[in-house]
Design a protein around this ligand. Sequence first.
Ligand SMILES: Cc1cc2nc3c(=O)[nH]c(=O)nc-3n(C[C@H](O)[C@H](O)[C@H](O)COP(=O)(O)O)c2cc1C
Length: 156
Amino acid sequence: MNSIEVDIKAIKFPLHFKGKIIKGFGRGSKELGIPTANLPIEDYEEQLREIPVGVYYGFANVEGLNNDKVYPMAMSIGWNPFYKNTKKTIEVHLIEKFDRDFYGKELKAIALGYIRPMCTFNSLDELIKAIQKDIEISKESLQTQSEYQTNSFFTV
Ligand SMILES: Cc1cc2nc3c(=O)[nH]c(=O)nc-3n(C[C@H](O)[C@H](O)[C@H](O)COP(=O)(O)O)c2cc1C
């Protein structure tokens, strides 16, 4: 099965992620205007073998940020084919505007649904539009799953 023919029903949601935020390439904020918090892939090798690369939605919080407030998020897992990364990344975009980085802080995320496979695009503009659409889909989908926003995973 390739990444296009994903068996979404086989993904065992919710998926839990927890780790210290590391530096990515810094393109999210600068080139895309869509900052992401990157997690170390090494902690998730086993879990990632069982789930398809692609774009997911859910909730996430960052230690110490607005009293550990839980935000809606859109998340990418994969090789960022537009940039031809050689290493898989896990990246979480908190759906809220922030004017600083969170490197070194602990991030917790619960992924609740799959949106689409990772794709490449003909232009940066198309990539940005696709991610903005993901953000809209995430916001809409999360309205019916808001109970996860108060999940104890975020507070323990
Ligand atoms: C919701 C979401 C969807 C994404 N979809 C794609 C995609 O389809 N193709 C791709 O190459 N990168 C995708 N990305 C990853 C971006 O390319 C990546 O966040 C950007 O290159 C910044 O990476 P950096 O933090 O390493 O600088 C997505 C990121 C997010 C948050």
